[in-house]
Design a binder for this molecule. Sequence first.
Ligand code: ATP
Ligand code: MG
Length: 503
Amino acid sequence: MNDDLSHHIAKDLAKKIEDFKPKASARRVGYIQSVTDGVVRIKGLPQVAYLEILDFPHGLLGFAMNLEEDAIGAIVLGDYLALSEGDEVRSTGRLLSMPVSEDFLGRVINPVGAPVDGKGEIKAKQYYPMERIAPGVTSRQPVTTPLQTGIKAIDAMIPIGRGQRELIIGDRNTGKTSIVIDTIINQKDEGVICIYVAIGQKTSRIAGVAAELNHHKSLGHTIIVAASASDPASYQYLAPYAGTAIAEYFMDKGRDVLIIFDDLSKHAWAYRQLSLILRRPSGREAYPGDVFYLHSRLLERACRLDEAHGGGSITALPIIETQANDISAYIPTNVISITDGQLFLESDLFNAGQRPAINVGVSVSRVGGAAQIKAMKKVSGSLKLDLAQYRELAAFAQFSTDVDETTKRQIERGARMLSLLKQGRYIPLPIAKQVTIIWAGSNGYLDDVPVARVDQFEKEFLEFMDRSHKKTLSAITKEKTLTPEIEEQLTRAVGEFKKSFVK
Ligand code: ATP
Ligand code: MG
C-alpha cells in the first residue's frame, strides 16, 4: 500500500475516533435469572418500558412484560431453550411493533409478521406499534355508515356500524365463526379490508378458514393473523395487537377495516398462563386483575376517525365462548361491558334449526340503528314488531286451546318472519335483496306459504327478482329508501311471482 494512502486512512480513523460519541447510554444490559416456558426473569435493566424489545443471545428477541423494582419479566419470541441463567440481555429502546404493508393482503401471517402460508416472503417497509393509545374523542366521528354483514338477522335486527364494537357470544359450536366468515365474504364489493385474528384454534381450522375464504374469492381483501393452539402463549397473547396494528395502518390510510378476534376467551387464557408464569397476583377465576383493562384498551382502538384524520375506521367483532350460556362469568361480563352491543348465539336455537342461532330478542346494537339505510329501517320496524308479538303470543298460546283469529294470524305471521331470518352459510345477501324479502314477509305475501316452504319462496322469489326486476333491486340500492314507485314495483313483482310459485 502506498504511504500516502495509509497516512490518509490513519488520519481519517483518528478523526472518526475523535468524533465518536458513544451511544452506550441508551443500551443497557441485564442478566437472565431464570427461564421458564419462554418467560424470563431478568436482573438489571431498570429503565425498560412495557413491551420494549429486548435482545437475547443467539439472535433471539423478546419483549418486557412485567416491570418490577428489582427485576423484570420478559417473554422470548422463538426458541427459548437456547437461553440459560446468566446470559446477557440488552434493551433496545424500541417498542414491540408489527411490520405493515398492503402486501399482507391475501396472506396468513403469525403475530410477529412472518408469513406462515408458504407463499413466500413479504417485504414491509413500515412498522406500527403493537400497543397504541386509542384516538381521542376529538378525532372521532359518530358511527353512521353501515357495516353490512349480508346476514338478514343482523342487518335487519341488530345492525352494525363502521367503527363499532359488536361482541359475538355463545357456547361452543353455535355458529360464531360462520357469522364472521360470511361477513368477510360480504365485504368483497364493499371495499372493507378484513383482518381475521385466530387465537388458540387448531391449525387445521385456521387453514380451513383460509381455504373457505379463498374459495369464495374473499382472501384478497383479507389478512389472517394466526396464533394457533400449538403456538406459545406469548404468540396467542400478541395476536390481537398484531392484527390491530395492521388495522390501524389501513385506517390511517382512510380505509374502512373490519377486525375479528376469534376468540378473546382464548386470549384471556393465554394472558392468564403468561401471568401465572410471571407470578403475578391473580384475581377472579385466576385471571390477573388487569385483564379487563387489557381488553378494554384493545377494543378502544376500534373507532371511526373524522375527515380531518382521513375518515378511516376499524370495526371490531370480538368473539367470546361461553360455558353453558353463562354470561356472568368473568371474561364474558367484562367484554360485554366494553362493547357497543352483543349478538347472543344459543345452542337451543341452533339445535332447533334456527340458524344463524341469534337470539334476536336479547341481542342489541347500541349504535347500529343510526347506520341503517332508510329502506331497511322501514321494513325492519314491522319485522321487529311481528317478532315481538310472536314471542309473547306463542308462549301464551301454548297453554290455551281457544285462540282467536287475530292472535292466530299474528302467530302465523311471526313464525314466517322467524323462518325468513334463517340463512345458510356462504350466502350473504345484498341489502336490496334483504329489504325485498323482508318487505314481502311483513306485507303478508308469505302468510299463505307453509312455514316449511318459506326458504324455498325466498330463494325463488329473489332469483325471479334478479331475472325480471333487476331495476327495482338497483333502485333500492341507489335510493336507499322505499319510494312509492319502488313499493309499487315490488307489489307488482311479488304478485307476478306468486302466480307461478307452487305452494
Ligand atoms: P366453535 O365453538 O367450535 O368455534 P363456532 O361457534 O364458531 O364453533 P361454527 O364453527 O361457525 O361455530 O359452526 C359450527 C357448525 O355449524 C359448522 O359445522 C357449521 O357448518 C354449522 N353452521 C354454522 N352456521 C350455520 C348456518 N347458518 N346454517 C347451517 N349450518 C351452520
Ligand atoms: Mg369458532
